[in-house]
Design a protein around this ligand. Sequence first.
Ligand code: PAF
Length: 286
Amino acid sequence: MAAMQQISDIGALREQVRGWRIAGERIVFVPTMGNLHRGHLRLVEKARDHGQRIVVSIFVNPMQFNDKDDFNAYPDTLAQDADKLTEVGVDVLFTPSVAVIYPDGYQHNSQVVVPGLSDILCGEHRPGHFIGVTTVVAKLFNIVLPDVALFGEKDFQQLMIIRRMVGELCFPIDIVGVATERESDGLAMSSRNGYLSAVERQQAPLLYRELEQAKSRLLLGSERIEVVEAEAMEVLQKGGFRPEYFTVRSRKDLSKAEGNAQDLVILAAAWLGKARLIDNICLNSG
Ligand code: PAF
């Protein structure tokens, strides 16, 4: 296996990708913000099923942080991340600087907006967040020009927004969602888990347990969705969380679930200490 190249320059990356494309190879892309955990590495492993060449980006995107302190505190673990990616067999690690991605500052950059979907749930609690995500992902897509891109299902709303952006803006890219990787106690793997204290780490699996519990109750069919949602919020509060939402939504457009509708997902976001955790569980499929 050839050594992984690390490239920070757009021209050099395009040159490399053009060579692969001329050779008839499919390019698979995994965008990340670094601080890589097993969930990210799973995305890379899955990437192999979709093409011959794998590009991973690490770019901590200032435009998607609605809180400057959160951006400044985001861990920089590039050396360890590069080692992990070398081990799983990535072809190129793309590590552009903020100046490369936003030469005139992100405040002056053109924006990609997916209306509606970006304004609810996490978008409501983190104003501007998804505009930052869709803008940087569109830029990265135009730089890397992949055939396929992979995203984790833990960020379910992000995945839906990116799918919609790709469809509506006609990017010729297949978007693949990859199932959430979990710790043995059910906690979804996340870069944010590193912000939890030892005590909070013990409390954290309650979020997924409540999602599972809500799913079991709703599948019995005798309880009202609003009652289950409200009780889950209460359990999380009592368990030390500051929940933002716990809600049953359509897997097609994230609209509120009605009665016995199909194709539903339960989504939750809650703060535990300094960590904002999100998770979701499929309730039923269409
Ligand atoms: O999910 C993430 O890590 C980020 O939102 C992404 C998709 C890499 C864009 O910065």
